[in-house]
Design a protein. Structure first.
Length: 272
C-alpha cells in the first residue's frame, strides 16, 4: 500500500494568435482595440504592471465582437465603449454574458485522485473534456491510496485500513502470477481481459489519474459547487487547488471569489 497525496498540474492554457486578431481588426475597423494591442496594453492594469493574459484578452475580444464595440460608431447603437480591461471583464461577469467565457479552456492533470473523485467529477459534463487512466489496460502492482488528515490521526483505523489494503495489493500480485501475465508470448488482448477482471478487486479509493479540460464558464461553476462545505472532502481539496491556479492565471475572471473560513469559494457574480 502506497500513501499518496492528490495533486493538480496545469498542462495547457489558451494562446492567442495576435497577428490573426490584428488582421481581423484592420478588416472591420477596430482601430481602437488594435492600437491598444500594438501598445501591449491589453491584459494589464493600465500602467503596464501586469503581463498580458491571453485568456482574458480572448474573452474581451469575443465580447466586443458580439456588440461590434471596438470603438464608437461602428455600431450605431453604441455611443461609448469600455476601454478598461479589468472593468470590461467584470462587467461580463456582472451582466451574466457567460457564452464568451466558453471560448477559453484550461487543461489539468489531476494526479493521485481516487475513483471516488473521478466518479463525481464526470458528473460535470458541459464545457469539459475528460481522458482517464484505464484500469482495463493499466495493471495495478500496488494500491496507491490517499488518507485525509483526520483518518491519519486515528491509529486503529490506519492499522486496519493498511492491513486491508496490503492484502488487496498482495492479491493483485497473486492474480498476475496465477494468470501468468508476465510470461513470454502472452497476447495483449489476454492481458487486457485479465487486467479488466483484476481491477474489480481494487477499492474505489485507489489513486488514479485523469486529464480534465474545462472552459472558464464551467470552471467558475464547478469551483463554486465543489468547494462547498457539503461537497466530498477530496473533491473540495482538488478544486481549492484549481481555484488558486485560476486566480493566478486569470485574475480579472476569478478575482471576485471570496474564500470563507470553511474553505468555500464563493463568487461575487453567479449564473455567468
Amino acid at each position: 500500500m502506497k500513501p499518496v497525496e492528490p495533486e493538480v498540474f496545469l498542462v495547457a492554457r489558451p494562446e492567442v494568435d495576435y497577428e490573426g486578431v490584428a488582421a481581423y481588426l484592420r478588416e472591420v475597423g477596430g482601430e481602437r482595440w488594435l492600437e491598444r494591442l500594438d501598445r501591449d496594453q491589453l491584459g494589464d492594469d493600465g500602467v503596464g504592471e501586469q503581463p498580458r493574459v491571453d485568456a482574458e484578452n480572448l474573452i474581451e475580444f469575443a465580447g466586443k465582437m458580439c456588440y461590434r464595440s471596438w470603438e464608437p460608431g461602428l455600431n450605431p447603437n453604441v455611443r461609448r465603449v469600455r476601454d478598461d480591461h479589468v472593468q470590461y471583464l467584470v462587467n461580463i461577469l456582472r451582466s451574466g454574458h457567460g457564452s464568451v467565457l466558453e471560448h477559453v479552456s484550461f487543461t489539468f492533470v489531476l494526479h493521485n485522485v481516487s475513483r471516488v473523485f473521478t466518479h463525481e467529477l464526470v458528473r460535470h459534463r458541459p464545457g469539459t473534456a475528460i481522458s482517464q487512466e484505464s484500469l482495463r489496460f493499466v495493471r495495478l502492482d500496488e494500491v496507491p491510496f490517499w488518507f485525509p488528515a483526520w483518518a491519519r490521526e486515528d491509529p486503529e483505523l490506519m492499522k486496519r485500513a493498511t492491513a486491508l489494503l496490503t492484502e488487496m495489493e498482495a492479491f493483485q500480485g497473486w492474480m498476475a502470477g496465477h494468470f501468468r501475465l508476465d510470461d513470454e508470448g502472452i497476447p495483449f488482448h489476454e492481458k487486457k481481459h485479465k487486467t479488466s477482471f483484476m481491477r474489480r478487486f481494487a477499492p474505489d479509493g485507489v489513486a488514479t489519474g485523469i486529464v480534465w479540460t474545462a472552459n472558464i464558464r464551467a470552471l467558475r461553476h464547478v469551483i463554486e459547487m465543489r468547494t462547498d462545505p457539503g461537497a466530498e472532502e477530496e473533491i473540495r481539496l482538488i478544486f481549492a487547488k484549481i481555484g488558486e491556479i485560476m486566480k493566478a492565471e486569470a485574475p480579472a475572471l476569478f478575482g471576485d471569489y471570496q474564500v470563507t473560513e470553511d474553505g468555500a469559494w464563493v463568487p461575487g457574480w453567479r449564473k455567468v
